[in-house]
Design a protein around this ligand. Structure first.
Ligand code: FAD
Length: 493
């Protein structure tokens, strides 16, 4: 079978050893295959490329970016995957790159908003009859929701075993009847739960009480990437050796080498591999490992959860909705609540994006595009009865897409706390990166980016030692993009 890439190193027989020996005498850079062309894979490949390693990136899709996917078919950028920079501050690992590319951010919230990536004043909520919920009701219930969440900390302290956040909320409400809500207020509370579920991409009855607030959230609030996330991917991928439509099926480790087999049977051989495919893909065993991954790695893969979030983007001929960042619909259950992100506010384009999370996000994936849009339009018409029909639409299916199988990782009830550390730990010459391998910033673009750079760093140091080279190579990523001294460009301070 033909081998492709790093072809002078494909032989494992005596000849192969000889070739290796000769190569060692004439210093040749170590070779690394990066599997997956999302932000973590691209950042890992870039870091090693900058350090003069020989790198090939294999990506199964016909595009780069993975769960960063900016669609341009509306004539304007629409992010169907990630769209916010979580933590609009210079400490954000992506800030130097975003600054140097001059990309604009539209800040939708400051720090510590009860709605995570939105501020309350940017919302307009409506009941099922299309009446706007008075803002003082929204604010009052928001404060109550914060109190309820604070009270769940006591429940956590009292219970050694984990439980779901929903169960903890119900204990809090039993103990504190004054925090219970009724009528419209009850529906608004459900809507807050709906927003929280969207943040975790999981239903409240599956979110871990022990871990739900342990995430390290950066300061500076949350900013939408006004021009979309794609320019970030494009800049990082420049000059890299990238092979699209290369779906990896098998990874074999032999004699300090890694043999990667792709769908069409071609093989790639390298000194090491960095695996950045989504957690959902690892869980589904779509890649065979030879030898099998150790038990500690396999149990981390199975114990960490993967949530689901989908977007239905609608482009209209003109804007007919209120000038707020988010239009929300309250209801009797969090599932039945919904919300539209008004991209017009941030980008000037007449686009609304409906977002669904958790089990309901999987339900939406069972519908055809037309059915999904009809459902979303029925929701919009409850808010604005004479809403126009869209002229274009896009529907994501992250949960069943075989290249993602979920939107991002989440902590399940009762699982160990060291899962992220185990996910990113190397197995000999296999290194792991991706959002699910980021202990501090899982589920985010900047977390995935950093994890790629970190995996590349560990791989670089180890290979340098193995190849008898002093670790002269330095990761120059930050310096490369830090030259521009322009500040972050943020609208809506
Ligand atoms: C709807 C949605 C909204 C989100 N919103 C935000 C947000 O606003 N802000 C934020 O910070 N984060 C957000 N996220 C999360 C963020 O997108 C991810 O954390 C991040 O992009 C993950 O990057 P990654 O490199 O780890 O994985 P991916 O981007 O998934 O990259 C993995 C790559 O591996 C490829 N691959 C899969 N199988 C194989 C195979 N067998 N062989 C070769 N290649 C393979 C995939 O095609 C993919 O390109 C969102 C995600 C979704 C889905």
């Amino acid at each position: 079978m033909a081998s492709s890439g790093f072809s002078n190193r494909k032989n494992f027989g005596i000849g192969g050893i000889l070739i290796s020996h000769i190569e060692r005498q004439q210093p040749s850079p170590p070779t690394v295959i990066v599997i997956g062309g999302g932000i973590s894979g691209i950042s890992a490949a870039r870091a090693l490329y900058n350090a003069s390693f020989k790198v090939i990136l294999l990506e199964s899709r016909n595009r780069l970016g993975g769960r960063v996917h900016t669609d341009y078919s509306f004539g304007c950028p629409v992010d169907m995957g990630a769209s916010w920079l979580h933590g609009v501050c210079n400490e954000n690992s992506l800030a130097p790159l975003i600054r140097s590319l001059g990309l604009r951010l539209y800040r939708t919230s400051g720090d510590n908003s009860v709605l995570y990536d939105h501020d309350l004043e940017s919302y307009a909520l409506f009941d099922k009859d299309g009446n706007q919920v008075p803002q003082q009701v929204v604010i009052k219930v928001g404060e109550t929701f914060e109190r309820i969440l604070k009270e769940t900390e006591k429940v956590r302290v009292e219970h050694a075993t984990d439980m779901s956040l929903l169960q903890a909320i119900s204990i809090v409400l039993d103990r504190n009847p004054h925090l219970r809500q009724e009528g419209l207020e009850y529906e608004v509370l459900q809507w807050y739960i709906c927003r929280m579920e969207a943040w975790f991409a999981a239903d409240a009855d599956t979110i871990s009480l022990q871990n739900w607030d342990q995430e390290h959230v950066l300061s500076g609030g949350h900013g939408l990437m006004v021009q979309g996330y794609h320019p970030v991917i494009q800049a990082l991928a420049k000059d890299l050796d990238i092979r699209l439509n290369h779906r990896v099926k098998k990874i074999s480790q032999r004699s300090n080498r890694v043999i990667i087999t792709v769908e069409n049977g071609n093989t790639f051989i390298a000194d090491a591999a960095i695996i950045t495919v989504p957690l959902g893909v690892l869980k589904a065993n779509l890649i065979e490992f030879e030898p099998k991954l150790p038990e500690w790695k396999l149990s981390a893969i199975s114990d960490l959860g993967v949530g689901n979030e989908n977007k239905i983007a609608l482009r209209f001929n003109s804007v007919f909705w209120p000038n707020v960042e988010v239009l929300g619909k309250v209801a009797q259950t969090s599932d039945a609540c919904g919300y539209f992100l008004n991209l017009h506010k941030a980008t000037g384009n007449p686009v609304l994006v409906y977002m669904v999370a958790g089990r309901f996000a999987y339900e939406i994936e069972k519908l055809s595009d037309e059915e999904a849009v009809n459902f979303v339009m029925s929701q919009l018409k409850k808010i604005i009865p004479d809403a126009m029909d869209p002229v274009q639409y896009l529907v994501s299916r992250w949960g069943t897409d075989p290249d993602s199988l979920g939107s991002y990782s989440c902590d399940l009830v009762g699982k160990p706390a060291d899962l992220y550390e185990r996910l990113c730990a190397p197995v000999e010459n296999l290194y792991f990166a991706g959002e699910a391998a980021s202990a501090d910033h899982s589920g985010s673009v900047h977390g995935a980016y950093t994890s790629g750079i970190m995996a590349a760093g560990v791989c670089r140091r180890r290979l340098s030692v193995q190849h008898g080279m002093s670790d002269l190579f330095q990761l120059v990523m930050r310096e490369e993009f830090a030259e521009a001294v322009v500040p972050l460009q943020i609208s809506r301070m």
